[in-house]
Design a protein around this ligand. Structure first.
Ligand code: ASP
Length: 331
């Protein structure tokens, strides 16, 4: 099976001052668009995350409300999902690769465009925290595999068994046929991407995943790739992605969403156009899911996906809501 066919057939699983790019955006809009989409009030702090992950956004909100930084909020927010064994697409309990090994990808990015990432990390429950250490304690951005694992042990991270009995049994079942079939919105609970603005108005983002279930050993998706699975620009906004990583990498999706916001699009419009780019490179009826979420500097949020079923959590002073995303296809 060639690479393209493999991907097609694989299991799928935002007080005060308005920034210059956002003023440019105001100028770029028609009157109609502006009244419909431009937020009059700056909202902060605020956190947004892919999927319906109330415990994760609750944790992040608690940090933000206590004057914590957006960086701490996104790290500790996604850690809730990494530790949750019932979430089979992130951290401990994640579905393994086709050889039965759970391999994790994660990245984090701060207000100064500093970033850190780990890819193909095994035996560590919190890849996002290792990624933060890569950002803060090394001159590098990405550490991979065994090197990343050794780096983590050196910092005191504990070795753990990530493959739970439930995920092992499902893998054994899968092995009987070893067929790669699209499963749209697998468990409604895929990669966790989280974006936040703190009380100082600074942005940060985090993204963590066990990747595509039953992937070829060594496969790395979009989630730990800065610009693909996550991008943060403290002047403009931030974006993150979930879904088939290969498609997000091909379009440098999260960077694209942020650049579209820089050009004047709302978060919703930017996510929609990024999905549209992916559609244009595929058939009209793609059998895979992609979901983008975005947060701009003013605290406006938005999301867009291909198939219905994707949602995102938002927590701000206005409440804690799960928001079904608009989608390209209707069913
Ligand atoms: N984006 C992740 C990856 O391709 C998987 C997902 O979100 O389902 O590894």
């Amino acid at each position: 099976m060639n690479r393209r066919k493999f991907i097609e057939k694989s299991t799928l699983s935002t007080a005060g001052i308005i920034s210059a790019p956002l003023l440019a955006r105001e100028r770029a809009y028609s009157e109609n668009d502006r009244t419909k989409t431009f937020a009059k009030d700056v909202v902060r702090p605020i956190v947004i995350a892919t999927w319906d992950v109330p415990n994760a956004t609750e944790k992040a909100w608690h940090i933000l409300r206590s004057d914590g930084s957006s960086l701490d909020a996104v790290e500790q927010g996604v850690m809730i999902e990494e530790a949750d064994e019932n979430n089979q697409s992130v951290g401990k309990g994640g579905r393994p690769d086709r050889d039965g090994n759970v391999t994790l990808d994660a990245c984090i990015m701060d207000k100064d465009s500093k970033c850190g990432s780990v890819v193909y990390l095994q035996n560590i429950v919190h890849p996002i925290s290792v990624a933060r250490k890569v950002m803060e304690e090394t001159p590098h951005v990405i550490l991979a595999g065994r090197g990343a694992e050794q780096f983590a042990y050196g910092l005191g991270f504990k070795k753990d068994k990530l493959l739970t009995e439930k995920s092992r049994q499902e893998w054994l079942q899968w092995k009987k046929t070893a067929r790669y079939e699209p499963v749209i919105n697998i468990e409604n609970h895929d990669t966790i991407g989280m974006l936040a603005i703190d009380g100082n108005g600074d942005l940060a983002g985090a993204c963590t995943t066990s990747g595509m279930a039953y992937k070829i050993a060594g496969r790395v998706g979009d989630s730990p790739i800065i610009g693909a699975g996550l991008f943060v620009d403290n002047e403009v906004g931030a974006a993150t992605a979930t879904g088939v990583g290969e498609e997000v990498i091909r379009t440098v999706g999260s960077f694209l969403v942020v650049e579209l916001m820089r050009q004047g699009k709302t978060p919703h419009q930017a996510c929609k156009e990024a999905v549209q780019r992916i559609i244009e490179k595929n058939s009209d009826q793609p059998d895979f899911q992609i979901g983008f979420i975005a947060l701009n500097k003013n605290g406006e949020t938005g999301g867009y996906c291909i198939h219905p079923g994707f949602s995102y959590r938002v927590y701000s002073k206005d409440g804690h809501t799960n928001n079904p995303s608009d989608s390209y296809l209707n069913k």
